[in-house]
Design a protein around this ligand. Sequence first.
Ligand SMILES: [Mg+2]
Length: 405
Amino acid sequence: MIALADCNNFYASCERSIRPELAGKPIVVLSNNDGCIIARSNESKALGYKMGAPYFKVREQLLRDQVHVFSGNVPFYREVSEKIMKLLESECNAMEIYSIDEAFLDFTDVAAPDEKAILLKKKVFEETKIPISIGIAQTKVLAKLASHIAKKHTHTGVFLLHGKDLVARALSHYSVEELWGVGRKHAHFLHDKGIFQASQLAKTDETWLRRHMKIGGVRLARELNGIPCFALEENRPSKKSIMTSRSFRRELTSFAALNEALCNFASSCAFKLRKQNTRAKKIAVFIQTNRFKSYVKGHSAYLELEFPIATNDSIEMIKGVCQLLDRMHDRDCHYKRAGVIVSEIIPDQEVQLNLFSEQNLVKRAKLMKVYDAINHKMGEGTLRLSIQGTDRKWARKNEPIAFRN
Ligand SMILES: [Mg+2]
């Protein structure tokens, strides 16, 4: 058995978890610098607010409805996520973290999986104040479906999708595009062939599926029939690239302010690389003016550079970013958005050591270790390069902005 634990309205629940007075009150969370709605509590869903709605369009309505509005605080959400994942991990044999708010848990040999799930859900709520739903089934695809049922159609927030009849009933209620792993292209194709319900897909002939949807289609159908084809991936391969970017609340008019922002983004990328014991071969910078303003001079640019040896050293990355920005920046432009992307990421151990710099490399790795240890102990940003600055004109405000108690 596989269980999928999924946090309900995760970002909104995180905000509520530290403000118990918001229990039962509508909450929305906004994207980077308050562009649009990216999370809603059940109460704000019921009020009709849509995912992705631009903030400026619904601002007045939010005020009228007394909705509590928060600027997204991803570092905080990550912290909460880590806490929940640790908790879940301690309660099962194996686990795959699927996203910031979802994890597959190995429930093999669990005698009463639904009872265990109810206890687990209770424990997570007690310790983090985050409500979760748990769906349990024979396969990942079915567990994903079960968690949807758990969230939408149960009072307990737990659903065990097991037994031929129950599975068949569930599959007849879901359309193919609602299934995990079915993209728009496949959904279109299946519709074209008259396959709309998950139950139809489950009964589709394997040879036909193999011919038209390759092995992916066959696996999907098997999973729907309770035959596991997707194993738990305990060590998911690390990401192919890492990006840190921001849309600025106010356009950055000076080179210094933009440079400071990018240095901080580079430092954050380097930290993420070190955290997962990897290094990147390439670093890129992009800068953009506001596309929606026609009266200012528009400019957008992207430049990248390759390091001689893959690195995760903050100092080296910041140096690279400064060089790139120097080459691409236009002093007449006001920049609205900028970011740093590191790519061609490889594990630490795979780094080809250049004989001449080996000594230096070891020393710098040690330096970064101390750097991270101090920041971990004293708080992020305690130790930083002077070029990362203290102005933080580029930083986001992080507090409720539309409605205050
Ligand atoms: Mg969720």
